[in-house]
Design a protein around this ligand. Structure first.
Ligand code: UGA
Length: 442
């Protein structure tokens, strides 16, 4: 099939590349000329395992093209995906200006019958707005070109995006028309075991499915973080409680890992957007509001443990931070807990030595650029030199089995605050570490 993908962010680039990999002709469109030039040269703006080689191969083969010219892309395709950003507006709602600008361009330049697919995470009712916007432009042009707007929310996770796209648990399509549904079914057939995992529904339900999925996952995490905070206070160990409850199939083991809060571009934004959607519809979503509130506080828990141990005044103290990205296998720093933790410590006078396998450039250039008290190191061990304690914030694989003797030699004090409960407590104590976890009494 001939497809266009507008927006070369995470979702757009991964989706476009995976469709190209299956033999479709895909044109990726972005307004950012610099980004498009770089993509043509095989320079990928994000770190995502497996993506770079797949982009390069498909670009070479000609199945994947990059352009800033949406007009040309529209001419050459039958299905166009809108995968541009929906940043958070000031009131927590999703800002639709980029989505609607693309819709406007589609209406202005489309030349033949098309399927328009909303891939961006958008509030319920957005497909209707996209439809109206396109129709308005067609009316201005006084032409009558048939089109349908479909909702196709994306469920891939950063860090395993290719794998998630290639082997999805489900593909959700919201469409009102059988013929369109058939086209979408065929497009996704290589990924859905011949339709077994294809779920068709109406457009609004598909839009809502995305928010409901992210909100329930965020709820599991905040719920577990709350259980962890209770565990600490009543003498229970959340690591054991987690295994105890996860064994119940109805609960399951996934997304019940306590930690120093969830981050990323999706959970924080989508939970707040869902809150706004509900409020606008006249309903106060109490659980969803609490999920957000618990997470905001949870990002401070690790810093609070440090303060409890070292006191409010952290002048003259240095802390090593292992992990900056919001989760492993990505360089994404959006809403990362590390930002809150580092700022909490430095505002009390502490100095930071940080190490992350992939996210240090992002941190330096954007997210922590205004914080002069952060030094970045070449290796995880260098971050420990002379530090009063180490804080593990992101559970990258290379932090799982470090050389503890080396760590002890480098640290001023053998103290670890583990925000992701990575090590065995008894073993750490035996090795002579003062070792703190989330959800375990001190
Ligand atoms: C999330 C969803 O998992 C995807 O299904 C969805 O497509 C995506 O948002 C999106 O809306 O685009 P992502 O943000 O990439 O994906 O990351 P997750 O793997 O879900 O992790 C989110 C955060 O939750 C991370 O900070 C992680 O450390 C934290 N987390 C996750 C926990 O604290 N505990 C857990 O048990 C699991």
């Amino acid at each position: 099939m001939k497809l266009s993908m507008v927006g070369t962010g995470y979702v757009g680039l991964v989706t476009g590349t995976c469709f190209a990999e299956m033999g479709n002709s895909v044109i990726c469109v972005d307004i950012d000329e610099n980004k498009i030039e770089k993509l043509k040269q095989g320079i990928i703006p994000i770190y995502e395992p497996g993506l770079e080689s797949m982009v390069k191969e498909n670009y070479k083969k000609g199945t994947l093209e990059f352009t800033t010219d949406i007009k040309e892309a529209l001419k050459k395709s039958d299905v166009i995906f809108i995968a541009v950003g929906t940043p958070q507006g000031e009131d927590g709602s999703a800002d639709l200006q980029y989505v609607l600008k693309v819709a406007q361009d589609i209406g202005k330049y489309m030349t033949h019958k098309m399927i328009v697919v909303d891939k961006s995470t958008v509030p319920v009712g957005t497909a209707d707005k996209v439809k109206e916007t396109i129709q308005k432009e067609l009316d201005k042009r006084k032409v009558n070109i048939p089109f349908e707007v479909v909702s196709n929310p994306e469920f891939l996770k950063e860090g395993s995006a290719i794998e998630d796209f290639m082997k999805p648990d489900r593909v959700v399509i919201g469409a009102e028309n059988e013929e369109t549904l058939e086209v979408m079914k065929e497009l996704y057939a290589p990924f859905t075991h011949n339709h077994e995992r294809f779920i068709a529904m109406d457009v609004r339900s598909a839009e809502m499915t995305k928010y409901a999925a992210n909100a329930i996952l965020a709820t599991k995490i905040s719920f577990m973080n709350e259980i962890a905070n209770i565990c600490e206070r009543v003498g229970a160990d959340v690591n054991k409680v987690r295994i105890g409850i996860g064994s119940d199939k109805r609960i399951g083991y996934s997304f019940i890992y306590p930690g120093c809060g969830y981050g990323g571009s999706c959970f924080p934004k989508d939970v707040q957007a869902l809150n706004k959607i509900a409020l606008d519809a006249g309903y106060k979503p109490r659980i969803i509001q609490a999920v957000e509130e618990v997470n905001r506080d949870q990002k401070r828990v690790l810093a609070q443990k440090v303060i409890k141990r070292f006191g409010e005044d952290l002048n003259g103290k240095t802390f090593a931070i292992w992990g900056l990205s919001f989760k492993p296998e990505t360089d994404d720093m959006r809403e990362a807990s590390s930002i809150t933790i580092i700022n909490e410590l430095t505002k009390r006078g502490a100095k930071i030595k940080a190490y992350d396998p992939k996210a240090m450039d992002e941190a330096k250039e954007f997210y922590l650029k205004d914080n002069p008290n952060v030094e970045y190191t070449q290796s995880k061990y260098d971050a420990l030199n002379g530090a009063d304690a180490m804080l593990l914030v992101t559970e990258w694989k290379e932090f799982r089995s470090p050389d503890f003797d080396e760590m002890k030699q480098r640290l001023k004090n053998p103290i670890i605050f583990d925000g992701r409960n990575q090590y065995n407590i008894e073993k750490m104590n035996k090795k002579g570490f003062e070792y703190y976890q989330i959800g375990v009494p001190e």
